[in-house]
Design a protein around this ligand. Sequence first.
Ligand code: XMP
Length: 517
Amino acid sequence: MNDIHQEKVLVLDFGSQTTQLIARRVREARVYCEIHPCTMPLEEIKAFAPMGVILSGGPASVYAEGAPSVDQGIFDLGVPILGICYGMQIITHLLGGAVARGEKREYGPAKLSIQTAAGPFRELDVSEEQQVWMSHGDRIEEMPAGFSVMAVSPNSPVAAMGDTRRRFYGVQFHPEVHHTAQGAAMLASFVLGECGCRPIWTMHNFAESTVADFKRRLGGQKVLCALSGGVDSSVVALLLHKAIGSNLTAVFVDNGVLRAGEVSEVAGVFRDVFGMNLVVVDAADRFLDKLKGVTDPEKKRRIIGHTFIEVFEEEAAKVGKVDYLAQGTLYPDVIESVSFKGPSATIKSHHNVGGLPEKMRLKLVEPLRELFKDECREVGRELGLPENIVSRQPFPGPGLAIRIMGEVTRERLHTLRQADAIVQEEMRGAGLYHKVWQSFAVLAPVKTVGVMGDERTYEDIIALRIVDSVDAMTADWSRVPYELLAKMSTRIINEVQGVNRVVYDISSKPPATIEWE
Ligand code: XMP
């Protein structure tokens, strides 16, 4: 194991919506941590050898039937423990205190007065009141033996508690959310100050140790990787390129539904600047022929997904013997597959290259499995990836095909590409491209009447979709300035032939989705 993983913290998940945020705050303090379900067996916890344990919140009540719990053995590990909300209640319950069922929920901001500068409050200015975020029903009625009150809030006489001798702590509020002003500092205090972890989890260290590790493990082996131009696959490809050079073959498939200029941009960066062994496959006709006459969104996705695999396999065969397939799986996908709750219902079939590894029977290398998206971007910067790739907005695998309502034809692609390029250009010009989650154009399946000069027109509608979001699970339409919308509209109608109307999509997700298909 790399030494950057040596000093680490374990986050045990009790099903909270914000468990990932706990891990992100810990990582921001430059300490490595992993999330595991609260049911993790004690032997595995011991083998993981954490320097501290954080118990997350959760929706249950400790007295409810089947309420999630944790192996009591964690209290004998001899490392600091921090319980957050339900995590604090489970500590109380297991160590002989009493948790009262709340008659009223406390939800929202609260003022916290800290009395003891220990545990999560070690490095805080305790003379100041802290703004924290509460979200709980149950509360602590009686603390376990050895614990004392560390902080109070108007509605929570035990807003934080601790046994400083055994180094067990509990907080009723959520330090991981942004609404808790000093929350990141509290978690940093706990993992750095209390647990004594050194801040060695930096993306500079990660990049170095991953490249060194690949040099050792993959020397002489052939690795194949699909490059999409998105940040994840770009970082994967670059890490491998640095480690094994021309033993990596990166394959970029032009599926005919990419944005304007994308093929040359990707080839320019990876082949010309980085000198990567990159194969660009022009498969546009093949994809577009298969999409002929297809209007169903899921069918479009399937066709593009399957065709991609076919093309990729053919390219792989040309490379000859390949040992590994590199993939850009990120940590949230890993957590999702071991998550304490079940996976959520599938609304759209994303992850269009999902079938690749199973079909190709290749061993996988997944260098980003431990990283959150922000960390992946940081690695990209470390490796010298240009900013326009590092902070690129997400772009769906099925590309413009799911932004053209109805049939995808070359003509309609041409229309959408031009409109989309104007949207990107104007967003960048206004300094908003990086501030929003996504901004793009959609081609509607109907024509409307307009007038140009003295002529009646009957032409296409372009919809603008610009959304704010933190994780794409929920999103709201972005309140961009009217002037910007006006400029985009004027430019699109003037410059893109066949469009006489531009509309702005003002639906949020849910109930709408970000993409139109
Ligand atoms: P929705 O439309 O479900 O999108 O709100 C959420 C996020 O996922 C992206 N998206 C896709 N990405 N293949 C992908 O790789 C897909 O089929 C796909 N559909 C949606 C979308 O752009 C947004 O960021």
